[in-house]
Design a binder for this molecule. Structure first.
Ligand code: GDD
Ligand code: MN
Length: 382
């Protein structure tokens, strides 16, 4: 639970959380407060409460943004508290603590990420100003459809329950430092690591005391972050295109070298240049584009498949070229450009889903949803 100037709020929010402990049978409940040296004495209040609650913990640090506070807190928790589940929760009373047992039940039913969702059907933000509502809705819409997380209604929620085993797979260095963008980039990382997600509709009323700490700067980082997420998603494809482009120069360079310097016959130089550029493309893709994939085929098996894919891509390129040229009467250069694009796309998909086919890890992503309750539809848990 991150805090900055929440002295008035933590007085009742923390006891409200511990009051849930008796309704939880499968887990022991701890609260870790991550305070950024709040000048209002938040830490004194928390220290006072620690005498009463032995499972209450406090760490402090410099104020570097909500995301930084969460990163510190999550690292501390995983090192010192060996958690099974990690919650994110605000300290200002906007998150209803009585939902904690429900979140845990859902986690026990196989959901590795439970999101308290203001924008899923049934959720609401009754006290948001028109401006805040607009920012929140437009922001979520952008991250969903531009950032590539269309299935999730509330991508910036600060109320979540996460299985530690998935959280530990996330690359924390990549996550943003500030408010909304930390939340959306963490969500993105969790999904990338196979999190099995469910949204629970929540009502998000006004905070009890004080005011929101999220600023204009948080909103700016949020926008920049969408582009970052988008790039990360298509990173392999972009790298593949760069490699393909480099192959053109390798091919041409070798061809010129063989014919102009070594005096090799043109008909012989061309296939040598083609083969060498296929090999350099292969090596670059192997050690760069797809280097963090876990696959089950051997290096030489991949090299073979890469050649096959290049052959198929060549045929696709040629077929599209002929089709556009003869049937659609297009200009030959344009026909060839479109043919090259079609070939490159084919090539990418063949190599991505065949040559460097990922081993499907037994992550939650593959779990069946059978028997899992759907709170959004009003189903009750057993
Ligand atoms: N340690 C620390 N450092 N805590 C912080 C900081 C910080 O820099 N900034 C905010 N917090 C704490 C607050 O004290 C509060 O407990 C919690 O983080 C949420 O901050 P608020 O300032 O109350 O945020 P909000 O209510 O405007 O925003 C909520 O909705 C956003 C999306 O609309 C939060 O749930 C955000 O996480 C969420 O992205
Ligand atoms: Mn708040």
């Amino acid at each position: 639970m991150p805090t900055y100037n929440e002295a008035e709020n933590v007085k009742f929010v923390i006891p409200g959380i511990f009051a849930q402990a008796e309704k939880i049978s499968t887990h022991e409940l701890h609260v870790l407060v991550v305070d950024d040296n709040s000048p209002d004495g938040t830490q004194d209040v928390v220290s006072g409460l620690m005498k009463q609650y032995k499972n209450l913990h406090l760490i402090s640090g410099k104020k570097e943004g909500l995301g930084e506070a969460y990163k510190r807190g999550m690292a501390y928790a995983s090192e010192n508290l060996s958690p099974d589940l990690v919650f994110e929760m605000d300290a200002d009373g906007q998150h209803d603590a009585s939902l904690i047992p429900l979140f845990i039940d859902l986690a026990n039913h196989g959901f590795s990420l439970v999101i308290g969702s203001r924008f899923a059907p049934g959720g609401s933000t009754p006290d948001f100003s028109f401006r805040r509502k607009l920012i929140s809705l437009v922001g979520n819409w952008m991250i969903r459809f531009l950032g590539g997380l269309p299935r999730i209604h509330d991508c910036t929620s600060g109320y979540r329950c996460i299985k530690a085993e998935v959280l530990e797979k996330c690359e924390f260095g990549f996550l943003s430092t500030r408010g909304y963008s930390f939340q959306s980039s963490l969500l993105f990382e969790l999904l990338r690591n196979g999190a099995h997600v469910i949204e629970v509709p929540i009502v998000f009323p006004d905070r009890q005391y004080g005011e929101s700490k999220l600023s204009m700067q948080d909103q700016v980082e949020f926008l920049v972050n969408i582009a970052k997420l988008r790039f990360r998603q298509s990173e392999e494809f972009i790298k593949f295109l760069i490699v393909g482009f480099s192959g053109v120069f390798v091919n041409l360079g070798i061809y010129i070298f063989l014919t102009r310097v070594l005096g090799v016959a043109l008909e012989v130089a061309s296939p040598i240049a083609i083969e060498i550029s296929i090999i350099t493309n292969f090596l670059l893709n192997h050690y760069w584009t797809f280097n963090d994939r876990t696959t089950e085929t051997s290096f030489f098996h991949k090299l073979f498949r890469f050649h096959m894919a290049a052959g198929v891509a060549g045929v696709v390129n040629y077929a599209v070229f002929l089709l556009l040229l003869n049937v659609f009467n297009m200009h030959d250069i344009l026909s060839n450009i479109i043919g090259i694009c079609a070939g490159a796309l084919f090539n990418y998909f063949l190599n991505s889903y065949w040559t460097w086919k990922k081993i499907e890890a037994g992550t939650d992503a593959n779990e069946s949803e059978q028997g899992a309750p759907d709170p959004a539809s009003g189903a009750k848990l057993p």
